[in-house]
Design a binder for this molecule. Structure first.
Ligand code: 5CA
Ligand code: ZN
Length: 413
């Protein structure tokens, strides 16, 4: 599928600042702690994309912004970044929504993906090099299921194909959950633990045989459509290979989604790990509950934009929270971010300001430490406050801070 257009990312060294030193350290769910990322010249990242109905709410935006920071920090460290994202453009919740509203499921998906692209562009989120829909990935999914079948890691229940979790002895290593903790999450997040005929309640669906009134595609194991986890396993393997640097998503994807995708990819290829780090963003809530399409308690980026909110203020409102924390949206946060944006803009408009080298070092150091965006924002605040008080006489400083906010925080001033 078409991705979206890339914003300019200024080079901080070209802007006159010293080169960054790494590495970027991130909290890896599988390690249970913060670990250095160690990409090669090209860093490889896969981030799970939207299921395209009710996009783009602030929870989505928060998650994609977190990985946008990863992308920007790696680039500042001199890496190229090969970034891949999917869109789950055929799945139960999408089909259910289309059924409820009487809209064609393809039209619904296309419209919401287009809205998502517009929102990502407005928020200056760097686009993936490969933006891949589940439907267009069906040949890759079929190939992966064939590999799993060849390794005796697939079985059929009434025409539906399942993956037996017993096939991967390291199952559980991504989420670090025991079976008692897995069971309720599996049921809550799209699994079918009670299906009769499964070998293990946690076995995951690879291929759902076509149901009446639903779309289906031909395959060697019958007409049907892909399961969810195999979609991301197949797309990431095709475009990134195994042992890519970061697999990302919200914390609701650690189990079962990233656990199962890793298991599928590892068993299909005989290689491990699927990703070197599994990184998860916190959940954004509204009125005390996680923002979710199924609950309907959503604040949309597009609606905020339509009501006049500056996308850079939306971005700053999200950056005021650490990406791993769970937090609740309130309108006051947007007003505070708009004030901050106005202060930063006024400060970089001044002809001189305090030398920005220490500010740049602080922003880089804080972001490299598991993306501490709130502290990075506070460092720019301190510079802006000083500049607005008339401190400093460095004529290069305003341009340095403008480039810094743009390159690393994605905030165009
Ligand atoms: N299509 C799948 C991933 S393959 C999916 O989870 N789609 S989604 O539309 O439900 O979510 C898209 C991304 O936004 C996921 O990474 C999910 O973890 C994240 N997300 C969903 N709700 C929230 C929320 N309330 N706060 C933060 N992130 C969220
Ligand atoms: Zn995914």
């Amino acid at each position: 599928m078409r991705s979206w257009s890339a914003p300019e990312v200024p080079s901080l060294t070209a802007a006159g600042l010293p080169a960054a030193t790494g590495p970027l350290r991130l909290y890896d769910t599988a390690a249970g702690g913060v670990r250095a990322t160690r990409p090669g010249p090209t860093a490889r990242m896969y981030v799970c994309g939207i299921t395209p109905y009710d996009a783009t709410h602030l929870g989505h935006a928060n998650t994609y912004l977190a990985f946008d920071l990863v992308n920007r920090v790696w680039r500042d460290l001199g890496h190229d970044v090969l970034y891949v994202q999917n869109a789950t453009d055929v799945d139960d919740p999408l089909l259910e929504r289309a059924e409820q509203t009487g809209e064609d499921w393809r039209a619904l998906a296309d419209r919401e993906i287009e809205l998502f692209r517009d929102d990502m562009t407005a928020l200056r989120v760097l686009p993936p090099a490969h933006y891949v829909g589940a439907v267009e990935a069906i040949p890759l999914v079929v190939e992966m299921i064939e590999k799993l079948r060849g390794k005796d890691a697939a079985y059929t229940v009434d025409g539906d194909v399942y993956y037996p979790v017993a096939a991967d002895p390291s199952f559980g290593a991504v989420s670090r959950l025991d079976r008692a903790a897995m069971a309720p999450l599996f049921a809550e997040r799209g699994g079918d633990p009670d299906r009769a005929g499964k070998r293990d309640p946690l076995d995951a669906l690879l291929w759902l045989a076509r149901r009446p009134g639903e779309p289906g595609w031909e395959s060697p194991f019958g007409e049907g459509r892909p399961g969810w986890h195999v979609e991301c396993a197949a797309i990431s393997l095709e475009h990134l290979g195994m042992a890519f640097d970061v697999e990302g998503g919200g914390s609701d994807l650690a189990f079962p989604h990233h656990e199962m995708s890793a298991a599928h990819a590892q068993v299909a290829t005989g290689e491990a790990p699927h990703a070197r780090a599994y990184v998860h963003a916190g959940m954004v809530a509204l009125d005390g509950e996680k923002m979710s399409k199924s609950r309907g308690n959503l604040v949309f980026v597009s609606k905020l934009r339509a009501s006049g909110a500056d996308p850079m203020a939306i971005r700053l409102a999200l950056l005021a929270h650490h990406y791993r924390s769970d937090w609740e949206w309130t309108d006051g946060q947007l007003a505070a971010a708009a004030e901050r944006l106005a202060r930063w803009r006024a400060a970089v408009e001044r002809p001189v300001g305090p030398d920005a080298a220490a500010t740049a070092a602080r922003v880089r150091e804080r972001l490299a430490d598991d993306l501490d965006a709130p502290a990075a924002v506070a460092a720019v605040d301190a510079w802006a406050d000083a500049a607005l008080l008339g401190e400093g006489d460095d004529p290069a400083a305003p341009a340095h801070v403008r480039a810094l906010a743009d390159a690393l925080l994605g905030v165009a001033l």
